[in-house]
Design a protein around this ligand. Structure first.
Ligand code: ZN
Length: 437
C-alpha cells in the first residue's frame, strides 16, 4: 500500500500553504477510508496483494512470477491447469492460485516414496480439481509426459495418496549415424541425438575413449535407439540399444542387455560392478523394501521403495556405482537426499542425510564418499534409506539383478549374442527391424 503515500509526494508542487493543508487532510481521509471500507478488508487485500506475497515468498520458494492467477476460460472454475515454467516451484504455484496449503503438505507427504514433485520441469503440467463448494483441493495431477502421469487424490480420512500411471506405449526403432567433426558430443547432436543421449554415450565409453584426444576427424558413429510413442505422440523417452564408435583402427561398441547393463560386442561389461551396500560396513536392516508397508509414523499403507539401514548419524555413505549426481535436495519428508544416475538404466537414492558432500552434476565413482548419514525429514531414528531404480521403477536393492560381474551373466549369454547380431545387422543395413521390448 506504500504507493498511496508515495504518489502525492511525487505530484507535490508549489501551492499556497492553506491549499496544501487541505490537500493533505483530503488525502488522509482517503487513505483512512480505503482501509475502513469493508470491501478492502484483509481478505480482498490478500487477493490484490498477490504480487507482495509472491515477493515475500520468493525468499523461500524460488522465483514466483508476481502475476494474477490465469484460469482458462473453457474450464469449469473448479479446475485449474498450470503448465510448468522455468523457476516454478510447487509452493509458489499453490500460493499463486490461492490453493489450500494444508493440502500441499499432505501431497508432499504422499509423494515421499516417489519424489516426483521435487523436480518440476517445463513441459510438465499440473491440473488441480477443487471441491465446488469448499474450494478445497480434492485432486492434483502431475503430467510428466504422455506415458507418465501421477494423480494425488484426497482419501476419506483427509490424507492424500498417489497413483502413478505408466503407459507402455509403442517403441519404435531409429538409427542415427554420422561422422565426427570436432567434438563427438556436438556431432551426435547435429546428427539428431538428444543432449541426454549424447552425454550417456560419452559416459558409456569413458573408460575406453578420451574423446578430446582419441577421436580424429572422419571417425564415425552408429546408434540404434528406440523411441516411445503414446497415441502417436513422442513422449521424449528413448533408450540406447546399441552404439558403435568406428575409429580408424579400432571399433568400440556397447549393447544393452536384458539386465539393464551395457556390454561390448564380446560381452564384457562397460560398467564397473556395483556395490550391493552403500556403506563400508554392513548395518542392520531396520525396514526392508516393501511395496505395501504400513508407515511407522502415519500408520497408513504406503510403499517403502527402499531399504533402511540403522546407523549412527555421521556414518559415511558411499555411491554404489560410478555415475553423475542428478539431484541434491531437501524434502520435508525425505530430508536431505541425493540421487545418482549410473550408466545403463540404474538410479540410486540416499535419503534422510545429515550432510551432503557432492554437488548436482558432479561425477562420482563407485565407493566414493557422497554424504554422512543422518535423521533429517520425517524419520523415526538415525538411519539411511537407500533406493535402487531400474528403468524408472524402484526395485529391492538387496535382491536386484545388478551388475556385479565383469561380463554378461552366463544364463543371458545366448540371448545377448543374438541381440548383438541383430543390432549389427541393423547398423550395417542388412536388416530393418528387430524385436522391441
Ligand atoms: Zn525408508
Amino acid at each position: 500500500m506504500s504507493e498511496i503515500i508515495i504518489s502525492p509526494r511525487r505530484s507535490r508542487q508549489r501551492k499556497p500553504k492553506r491549499a496544501r493543508q487541505f490537500v493533505l487532510i483530503v488525502l488522509l481521509l482517503l487513505v483512512a477510508g480505503w482501509f475502513l471500507w469493508p470491501e478492502n478488508s484483509s481478505e480482498s487485500l490478500v487477493q490484490d496483494g498477490l504480487a507482495e506475497i509472491g515477493q515475500d515468498a520468493g525468499n523461500f520458494y524460488l522465483d514466483v512470477p508476481p502475476e494474477p492467477p490465469v484460469v482458462q476460460e473453457t474450464l469449469p472454475p473448479s479446475t485449474i491447469v498450470h503448465d510448468i515454467e522455468p523457476g516454478d516451484s510447487l509452493i509458489g504455484i499453490f500460493t499463486r492460485f490461492d490453493l489450500d496449503c494444508g493440502a500441499l503438505n499432505l501431497i508432499l507427504e504422499a509423494d515421499e516414496p516417489l519424489l516426483a514433485l521435487d523436480i518440476l520441469r517445463p513441459g510438465n503440467t499440473l491440473t488441480f480439481h477443487l471441491d465446488e463448494e469448499s474450494r478445497c483441493l480434492e485432486e492434483m495431477e502431475l503430467f510428466i509426459h504422455p506415458g507418465n502421469r501421477v494423480v494425488y487424490r484426497r482419501a476419506d480420512d483427509g490424507s492424500f495418496a498417489y497413483e502413478e500411471i505408466i503407459l507402455p506405449g509403442d517403441w519404435q526403432i531409429d538409427i542415427v549415424e554420422g561422422e565426427i567433426n570436432g567434438s563427438f558430443y556436438l556431432s551426435a547432436i547435429n546428427a539428431g541425438l538428444s543432449e541426454k543421449e549424447a552425454a550417456q554415450i560419452t559416459r558409456l565409453f569413458k573408460e575406453q575413449i578420451v574423446f578430446s584426444r582419441d577421436i580424429r576427424a572422419g571417425d564415425r558413429f552408429q546408434v540404434v535407439r528406440t523411441l516411445q510413442f503414446v497415441d502417436e505422440t513422442f513422449t521424449g523417452q528413448s533408450r540406447i540399444e546399441g552404439v558403435r564408435i568406428l575409429r580408424r583402427n579400432r571399433v568400440h561398441s556397447a549393447f544393452l542387455c536384458e539386465d539393464g547393463n551395457y556390454y561390448d560386442q564380446n560381452g564384457e561389461s562397460l560398467m564397473r560392478a556395483f556395490l550391493r551396500y552403500p556403506t563400508a560396513r554392513r548395518y542392520r536392516i531396520s525396514s526392508s523394501f516393501n511395496p505395501a508397508r504400513r508407515h511407522p509414523v502415519t500408520g497408513r499403507v504406503a510403499p517403502h521403495n527402499g531399504t533402511d539401514f540403522a546407523m549412527p548419524t555421521g556414518t559415511p555413505v558411499l555411491s554404489t556405482g560410478d555415475g553423475v549426481v542428478t539431484r541434491v535436495s531437501n524434502h520435508p519428508y525425505a530430508g536431505k537426499y541425493i540421487e545418482i544416475r549410473h550408466g545403463g538404466d540404474y538410479v540410486t537414492r540416499y535419503l534422510h542425510l545429515h550432510r551432503i558432500l557432492v554437488n548436482k552434476g558432479q561425477s562420482v565413482k563407485r565407493g566414493e564418499r557422497i554424504a554422512l548419514s543422518g535423521n533429517t525429514g520425517r524419520s523415526t531414528g538415525p538411519h539411511l534409506h537407500f533406493e535402487l531404480h531400474v528403468r524408472g521403477r524402484p526395485v529391492n536393492p538387496m535382491k536386484a539383478d545388478i551388475p556385479m560381474t565383469a561380463s554378461v551373466p552366463r544364463e543371458r549369454r545366448a540371448q545377448f549374442d543374438q541381440r548383438v547380431t541383430e543390432l549389427l545387422d541393423l547398423m550395417e543395413g542388412r536388416r530393418e527391424q528387430i524385436a522391441l521390448r
